[in-house]
Design a protein. Structure first.
Length: 211
């Protein structure tokens, strides 16, 4: 149990695939808060830590929402458009395509009663947040119809849900500035508010029953 009384997960939750997968969701009483994550300095050091929070999306950055990724299987590196040509090349694998496969790299602000944290959502989690839309479709919308693009981001803001976060200290810039980066590893947006409220009531009763 991490400082603050919540669970610090050495691996993921939600039972899904990918890094840290295979665990069931943590109990309601073991959920973290954004302020608790900050105060406990989860992720500080050389080992990534995980926490599960219930939070509200209060902001989705409208710049650099996706990048042009290589379409080669398991590559996903950023592609560069060839000057004066309608083709794109990948420096890593050397392949050339007529178009890239855009992948999400969303910057999202999560808020709860205890604080605010900016987090990153990559392709699968970004698609969930933006209503199941692919990064290709949303990037095309951004270019061809900016007003509808802004409307989409606004419509997807203020969704609540359970977010599994990976927290890891990283070093940036020439001055070697260190800060803890938070990445969304999985998300369950709230669709059943009755169930969520029952869990909340149960959590309150469990706290009141403590000696």
């Amino acid at each position: 149990m991490a400082p603050g009384g919540f669970a610090s997960l050495s691996s993921g939750a939600f039972g899904g695939g990918g890094e840290g997968g295979g665990r069931p969701p943590v109990q309601f009483s073991e959920r973290a808060t954004l302020g608790g994550i900050r105060d406990a300095e989860l992720g500080k050091g050389s080992v990534a830590e995980y926490a599960e929070v219930y939070a509200l999306i209060t902001f989705i950055r409208n710049e650099s929402i996706a990048y042009p990724a290589c379409r080669t299987d398991k590559c996903n590196k950023k592609m560069q458009q060839n000057p004066g040509q309608d083709s794109w090349s990948c420096e890593k694998c050397g392949n050339t395509y007529d178009a890239p496969e855009y992948r999400y790299v969303l910057t999202v602000s999560l808020s709860d009663w205890s604080g605010v944290n900016f987090v990153t959502a990559f392709n699968k989690e970004g698609a969930i947040i933006l209503g199941g839309r692919s990064a290709n479709d949303v990037e095309q919308l951004r270019v061809t119809n900016p007003d509808d693009f802004q409307a989409l981001l606004l419509a997807c803001t203020f969704q609540s849900g359970v977010f599994r976060l990976k927290l890891k200290e990283e070093t940036y810039g020439e001055q070697q500035t260190q800060r803890i980066k938070a990445q969304i590893m999985d998300v369950r947006l709230t669709t059943d508010f009755v169930h969520e409220n029952r869990e909340l009531v149960g959590g309150i009763k469990a706290l009141l029953a403590r000696p």
